[in-house]
Design a binder for this molecule. Structure first.
Ligand SMILES: [Zn+2]
Length: 231
């Protein structure tokens, strides 16, 4: 199970979901350690002042993360999970030298994935790639060509360039400019992984990357010489 999977029912009223405090997948339980239930409210759907009557029973339940105890709220329809909060997202460590704007763009993509909005999430990943490249002087051609040039200049591997070109092609250009289509969680997960690798390739050892770029005579925009802002 990857962290982009939506919340899933795991037992009577337990839910397996991403926990924002544990920063990992966790089980949210409807009973506390002492065996008592956190609490619930059940009502026939027809009694709700809304058009949600499906001829069954709705139960709202409080749950607690099995690991850290943070609260969750689940809604069950006829004992089947209908929705769960918090809508939480994966966050993954970024190298210390990653500039603030890159971090924010990448975190926006994560936030979108937390509410299962993979289309805007994908465009944020594309924008992250673009910002990384522009910051290193690769701004003269389109993204696809820039990635080719980076591999040719041996700043990143040919494999990483290809992986990122796939993201740009499918989740950037097609999603933004083509006919509307859904972006699926597994597509987002792959794009997310490769965008993260690109950030690592540039910022894990940023000084060495800058030195290599200098060696091939690449002009780096001024901001690269500044200390990255803290997030
Ligand atoms: Zn937790």
């Amino acid at each position: 199970m990857n962290n982009f999977d939506p919340p899933k029912q795991a037992g009577d009223y337990d839910v397996n979901a991403y926990c924002p405090v544990c920063n990992s997948r966790s089980n949210f339980l409807y009973k506390a350690n002492d065996g008592r239930e956190y609490g619930y409210h059940n009502t026939p759907a027809q009694e709700l002042k809304s058009n949600r009557d499906f001829g069954g029973e709705i139960v709202f339940r409080l749950l607690g993360c099995a690991t850290c105890g943070v609260a969750g709220l689940a809604e069950f329809h006829n004992r089947v999970l209908y929705r769960f909060d918090p809508h939480a997202q994966v966050t993954i460590n970024l190298p210390d030298d990653t500039p603030d704007d890159i971090k924010r763009e990448f975190r926006s993509a994560e936030n979108c994935s937390g509410i299962e909005e993979y289309r805007p999430g994908a465009t944020m990943l594309r924008s992250t790639i673009e910002k990384v490249l522009i910051k290193h002087g690769y701004n003269e051609n389109d993204l696809f060509q820039k990635l080719d040039q980076l591999a040719e200049d041996k700043i990143i591997t040919r494999t990483l360039a290809k992986q990122n070109q796939e993201i740009v092609r499918i989740l950037g250009n097609d999603v933004l400019h083509g006919i509307w289509r859904e972006v699926f969680p597994d597509e987002f997960a792959t794009a997310y992984k490769y965008t993260h690798r690109l950030i690592e390739a540039f910022y894990d050892d940023h000084k060495s990357v800058l030195a290599e770029l200098q060696e091939i005579g690449k002009e780096i925009p001024d901001e690269e010489s500044q200390e990255p802002e803290s997030s």
